[in-house]
Structure formats: structure tokens, C-alpha cells
Design a protein around this ligand. Structure first.
Ligand SMILES: Nc1nc2c(ncn2[C@@H]2O[C@H](COP(=O)(O)OP(=O)(O)OP(=O)(O)O)[C@@H](O)[C@H]2O)c(=O)[nH]1
Ligand SMILES: [Mg+2]
Length: 248
């Protein structure tokens, strides 16, 4: 299976070199794409120097748009699966093999900080918020998800085809909306437990006010995602995938 690791990155020059170094132990950097999303620092230069492929957006479009770019790149370059991997050092490369293995019985596998064994700590407010979002998203996905907003995940061939056609771009909503979209396309989602690191640098974004705004926003986007009409290219793709599966 040809695997692409996609690293959305905004102003991560300070830590990205180290992150890519650790990633290179399990994934050749020639099969890593860093989506530099209008960074104002040396993110692109650092990524290129490390040996990763770099695509730069001229302006900041957000993580969802960055992943949309990554999926289009993956589809054109003939990859079979895409792992989303943070550029700030929070995700651990050693779990990538477990995500790949779990693709055997799902189209999308999410690395959950809360499923078990994770030493990841966050504020009580943030945990409560994550739990609420995960609960609602689980209903849509028809499976138990404990960490729907985790950005550590893998999309297999069918999901890659869907996301290369269309990926949610709303700020902060791409993680949950992509799950709803995938489910509506007939794809399956599951999670596996992963350990996660603290941010290696930069500022975390935790406060009660932010958590509340974040929750309201995500729940709103979840609502939107269920009533939004499916883009025509996805309807065509779904028919094509169904026809392929029912072919002898
Ligand atoms: N392409 C792109 N990447 C972004 C953007 N914002 C954040 N990122 C990257 O996405 C990854 C996750 O972003 P974080 O801000 O760390 O989000 P988080 O891990 O949910 O939150 P923290 O707990 O604050 O670390 C990092 O690699 C960031 O550099 C953006 O607007 N565009
Ligand atoms: Mg982070």
C-alpha cells in the first residue's frame, strides 16, 4: 500500500525539523507532504530542507483546506492512503503502523487520545467539550468515537477518493464534518487508542471561553453537515463505488 503522510503546518518552523526527523524513522520523507498554509515563518524552508514534499498556500485557508490539498495531491500521485499528522510534535510516528493495520476493517481510522492508555492531559472543560462532541459524532458514525476532533487519522482508498473530490473547509470543523460526510457516503469509521505528546512548542489554545465558542461552533457545523446536500461529484463517486463493489 502506498502511504502518504500529510502534515498541515502553520508557523511551525521552530519544531517542524524535529517532528519530520522523528517521522522519517517510520516514513520516508519523500512520501510526506507538508501543507504550508500561508506561514509567515520558515516552515516551508525547514520542511524542504528535511526532504519532505512541500505545497504552500499563498494565504492561510485553514486545516480543512490544507487537507483538501493533501488529498488531491495524494489522488493524483497514486497513493492509496493518507495519514494526517500534526507538525507541532503532538502525534507519535510509531502509531502510524497501527492506523494502517486498522484500515483492514474501516475506511477511516482515528487515533483517539481518550480511548485508553493515553497520558494526554487537558483541562476539565476541554475534556467535557471533547466528550460531548464525540458523543454527537458517534451517533452519526454509528460507532463509538471518543475523540472525534483528533487530527491524527488515516483515510484508506475509498475515503481518499471521496476527500480528493471534496473536503470540509470550515474553520475548526473539518475533523468532525469529514466524519459525517464520510458516513453519509457509506464509508466506515473506527478508532484506535493512541498516546499523544504535549505540544513541542508554540501556544496551546485552552480557556473556558475558547472551549465554549469551540463547542458551539462544532455543534453548529455538525448540524449543518447533516442537512447539507451532498455535492454532485460525490453522488457520482458513490454510484461508481457501489457499481464497482457489486461487479462480479
Ligand atoms: N495548514 C494549516 N495548518 C494549520 C493551521 N492551523 C494549525 N495548523 C497545523 O495543524 C496542526 C494542529 O494544529 P494545532 O494548532 O496544534 O491544533 P491542536 O493540536 O488541536 O491544538 P493545541 O492543543 O493548541 O496544539 C499543527 O501542525 C498546526 O501547525 C492552518 O490554518 N493551516
Ligand atoms: Mg497541536
Amino acid at each position: 500500500m502506498r502511504l502518504l503522510v500529510a502534515v498541515p503546518a502553520l508557523n511551525e518552523a521552530a519544531v517542524l525539523g524535529r517532528v519530520l526527523g522523528a517521522l522519517s524513522v517510520v516514513q520516508p520523507l519523500g512520501d510526506v507532504v507538508v501543507i504550508d498554509d500561508g506561514s509567515r515563518d520558515a516552515t516551508a524552508r525547514v520542511a524542504r530542507a528535511a526532504g519532505a514534499h512541500v505545497i504552500s498556500h499563498a494565504v492561510n485557508l485553514g486545516v480543512g483546506a490544507a487537507m483538501g490539498t493533501a488529498f488531491q495531491y495524494a489522488a493524483r500521485a497514486g497513493y492509496d492512503a493518507v495519514v494526517q499528522f500534526d507538525g507541532d510534535g503532538q502525534h507519535r510516528a510509531e502509531h502510524i503502523a497501527e492506523l494502517v493495520a486498522a484500515l483492514a476493517d474501516a475506511d477511516i481510522v482515528i487515533g483517539s487520545r481518550f480511548a485508553q492508555r493515553s497520558g494526554y492531559r487537558s483541562s476539565a472543560a476541554r475534556r467535557g467539550v471533547q466528550r460531548l462532541i464525540a458523543g454527537v459524532t458517534s451517533l452519526y458514525a454509528r460507532t463509538k468515537l471518543t475523540d472525534a476532533t483528533s487530527g491524527f487519522r488515516i483515510a484508506g482508498p475509498r475515503a481518499l477518493a471521496v476527500f480528493a473530490e471534496h473536503y470540509p473547509v470550515e474553520w475548526l470543523g473539518d475533523t468532525v464534518e469529514s466524519i459525517v460526510l464520510a458516513t453519509r457516503q457509506g464509508l466506515t469509521v473506527r478508532e484506535i487508542p493512541v498516546a499523544m505528546n504535549e505540544r513541542a512548542g508554540g501556544a496551546p489554545s485552552q480557556s473556558i471561553l475558547r472551549a465554549t465558542m469551540y463547542t458551539a461552533r462544532i455543534l453548529f457545523i455538525l448540524g449543518l453537515a447533516t442537512i447539507r446536500s451532498v455535492p454532485p461529484q460525490l453522488r457520482r463517486l458513490r454510484r461508481a463505488q457501489a457499481a464497482q463493489e457489486s461487479a462480479p
